[in-house]
Design a protein around this ligand. Structure first.
Ligand code: FES
Length: 61
């Protein structure tokens, strides 16, 4: 499924960016060698980043 239609960034691309240490949407764009255009995807990226952070915190307990 596409997260960013402007740049063709898929969920797996965002996951790959998170695994590489992305902490904010700008990091995801950088990892995907893309730039934000309409920015409609930024909220979805933030949700994915937050979910990943929560999963890591839960796993660390
Ligand atoms: S949907 Fe990502 S920049 Fe437009």
């Amino acid at each position: 499924m596409y997260v960013c239609n402007c740049n063709g960034i898929r969920e797996r691309d965002v996951q790959s960016a998170l695994e590489a240490g992305a902490e904010r949407p700008a990091d995801v764009f950088r990892h995907c060698q893309a730039a934000p255009q309409c920015a409609k995807c930024v909220c979805d990226m933030r949700r994915m980043i937050q979910a990943s952070d929560e999963a890591l915190r839960y796993a660390a307990q």
